[in-house]
Design a protein around this ligand. Sequence first.
Ligand code: SF4
Ligand code: SF4
Length: 374
Amino acid sequence: MEREEILSAIYHCVKCKLCSISSFHPTEEWLPLCPSGQFYGYQAFYAPGRLEIFREILEGELSEPAEGLLKSIYACTLCGACYEKCKQITSVEIRLPELFEELREGFVKKGWSLEVHKKIAEKIKETRNAYGENRKYEYEARSLYGADVLYFIGCTARYRVPEIADAMLGIFNKLGIKYQVLDEEWCCGSVLLRTGQVEAAKELMEHNIEAIKNSGAKRVVFTCPGCLMTFEKDYPDMGLELVHSTQFLTRWGNMEVKKLDMKVAYHDPCHLGRDLGIYEEPRAVLEEVADVKRMKREREQAWCCGSGGGVKSAFDDFALWSAGERLREAKEAGVEALVSACPFCKRNLNEAAEKEKEGIEVYDIVELVNRSLR
Ligand code: SF4
Ligand code: SF4
């Protein structure tokens, strides 16, 4: 973004702070919407505060960030809730998460980054995955090299919540779909791009583009909305169909499922909902397999699980608090399980559920589909 474009967006913010509230109708409950502002409790951690910091930097009023200022810039999950809310009440679109990413990119160029994020970049350089894992999963899909469908697993489902990858592969097998996974799948680069480390992501993107082209696949399926959004928004167009698992399943159609005896709530992952506008397909798939109850904050106004934008690695206390808030909202809806469609959400919500002993299960949609498929 050009400097003038950024400043124009910043000056369009009137600091009304309505982007921090999910509902402000007088007869409804006023629920918080911005997790970082709510957790840290003062202006620098809300969207307008971050914009003000950006303005001060651009206009030369701030030259050296203190530790607290670095925290306010990086302790934002880039969930986009502020952007959606602001869009509803102003006639100007202030593209807040993009501005915050731009700000982080500028910070990294000046050397103002967090050690923990630099370490992730080093791990990726060394091992090609965000967790620095050296082990490799062997998926039977290798033998189907050349199949039209390619499943891009992503670092989190590969190394932290493999039950999601297992469930997706189980679904392909039960539906008789031939699929492949990349022998050399590298991190998609999302964590680097979201933390301002744009240059380091380029090599990963080039590798993945080449590997996918060579695979001959026509359709790439993702269980990770972060990977999907990165391919949609940051990679060049490869002329392939890129789909989330829930889009793939709704388009596939002929699933014979047995509905599970479970009351669940659906948690919209930020990248899937607000960033990609995929709200209907996850709900359609989930309603096939379980009894779905509604939570108070959903769709554009969903409360973030707390783990995106590099927050989980740098500010785990904040990430788990945000997830705990979501679990309590699910409990209020009277459900026994909270279901998402993102490995990041599942990991963080699950950790919070174990820590806080909320007595609520956490699943990814594909796990329930795999369980209910005849
Ligand atoms: S970003 Fe939008 S909603 Fe938030 S304070 Fe600025 S003008 Fe108000
Ligand atoms: S992107 Fe999310 S966490 Fe960041 S300022 Fe906006 S609402 Fe708050």
